[in-house]
Design a protein around this ligand. Structure first.
Ligand code: FMN
Length: 389
């Protein structure tokens, strides 16, 4: 019996239906028991001071008990000027370490690999909420957020600002490692600050951080190098990118032919491939009209340029689909967000041959609280996350 297989009460061995899903992967300091990832979700479940709440502990514990291999506890902000939601997790000060330690410990104790994503929202935030000018590579307003905020104000970053920003990410990674995270993910997707630097669509700088692909990739590469220098191989460094921004003049998979080797050279261990920016929001959370697993071909193309393992995401709702993707070699890990929100036990149930008992995501996208106007994430089908009366 494979190490992570359990023998169901019926005595029938069933994990065999998904041999690739239930194979381990040696990532160095962690060896996830299977290839299923919970992708980073900003749930707005933290305490109002940005510390870890009981609700965050419960949410992530349920995922770990459900059998998920790697759990990326949502994004956490790396500096105070980008607290863009009232209940976003924070990691910009040592005072956040004890709560994070409890969170990572709760995950690891139940057999999953604890991970965290580090973010700066850059131009995709509201100055009226952050109370600050938005730090940006170039003063090009986000077409979505600037329209919502009469106080929207950007600050084009100086070289000193950029160096300080890199330090913020590196300090945050160190806090995450001190708290027990095995994976730190640098958020360079979805149009946020580091994606803005990478993209010709939002970076028009003429100094060493703009222009060529090498220059646009410099900040992300410096962050990875800094984390490696500070922490050695004590953490696994993942980078999340939007493999295709789906905007005119933006990043397409071809750009990554040049970007990926730079990130690998800097020390990236895992590439997590998503898609879209705020202007192409439907790609960040693909609706039913895009069909099942619409972005796997993007992950698969980027995997051709990469030597590190690649994670695919987007409307993957069953372990059967995950197995097909992995077995075809289109990705090495599969992230399932809404599917595990709807039923955190989808992995365990599928392993035990109880697929018919899985509570399916109905693709309503009501979990997108920023679009529904809700204060935090709810789920239409999971009774644990219903709207309060
Ligand atoms: C409520 C919510 C919050 C999210 N927050 C983040 C985030 O903080 N960072 C990130 O990279 N992606 C975020 N995403 C995108 C998810 O990581 C994932 O890519 C998306 O849910 C698509 O995967 P799925 O089809 O399996 O749900 C979020 C999605 C949702 C629904």
């Amino acid at each position: 019996m494979k190490e992570n297989e359990r023998k169901p009460e019926s005595g029938v061995f069933t994990g065999d239906a998904y041999p690739t899903v239930f194979s381990t992967y040696d990532l160095g300091v962690a060896r996830p028991k299977n290839r299923i990832v919970f992708p980073p979700w900003q749930l707005n479940y933290a305490n109002t001071d940005g510390t870890v709440s009981d609700k965050l502990l419960e949410f992530n514990t349920a995922l770990a008990l459900g059998g998920c291999g790697i759990i990326i506890t949502g994004c956490a902000v790396v500096s105070e000027d980008t607290v863009a939601f009232d209940r976003v997790m924070r990691i910009d000060d040592d005072r956040f370490i004890p709560g994070l330690r409890e969170l990572f410990n709760a995950i690891e104790k139940r057999g999953s690999v604890p991970a965290i994503q580090l973010v700066h929202y850059g131009r995709q935030a509201l100055s009226s909420v952050t109370g600050c000018e938005l730090q940006v590579p170039s003063a090009i307003p986000c077409p979505v957020m600037s329209r919502l905020d009469p106080q929207y104000k950007m600050k084009e970053m100086t070289r000193e600002d950029i160096v300080r920003m890199a330090e913020n990410f590196i300090d945050a990674a160190e806090r995450a490692a001190k708290a027990g995270a095995k994976v730190v993910e640098v958020h360079a997707a979805h149009g946020y600050l580091l994606n803005q630097f990478l993209s010709p669509y939002s970076n028009c700088r003429t100094d060493e951080y703009g222009g060529s692909t090498v220059n646009r990739t410099r900040l992300v590469a410096d962050i990875i190098k800094g984390i490696r220098k500070r922490l050695g191989r004590d953490v696994i460094v993942s980078v999340r990118v939007s493999g295709n921004e789906f905007v005119e003049g933006g990043l397409t998979p071809r750009h990554y032919l040049e970007i990926i080797p730079i990130l690998e050279e800097a020390g990236m261990d895992v590439l997590n491939v998503s898609a879209g920016v705020y202007q192409s929001m439907e790609r960040m959370l693909p609706p039913d009209t895009l069909g099942d697993a619409p972005h796997v071909s993007i992950a698969s193309e980027l995997k051709r340029y990469a030597s590190v393992p690649v994670c695919a995401v987007g409307s993957i709702f069953s372990l059967a689909t995950a197995e097909t993707i992995l077995a075809a070699g289109d990705a090495d890990f599969v992230a399932m967000g809404r599917a595990q929100m709807a039923d955190p036990e989808i992995v365990r149930k599928s392993l035990e041959g109880r697929e018919t008992e899985v509570r399916q995501c109905i693709w309503c996208n009501n979990c997108a609280f920023w679009a529904t106007g809700d204060p935090h994430v709810f789920c239409s089908v999971n009774p644990a996350y219903q709207k309060e009366e």
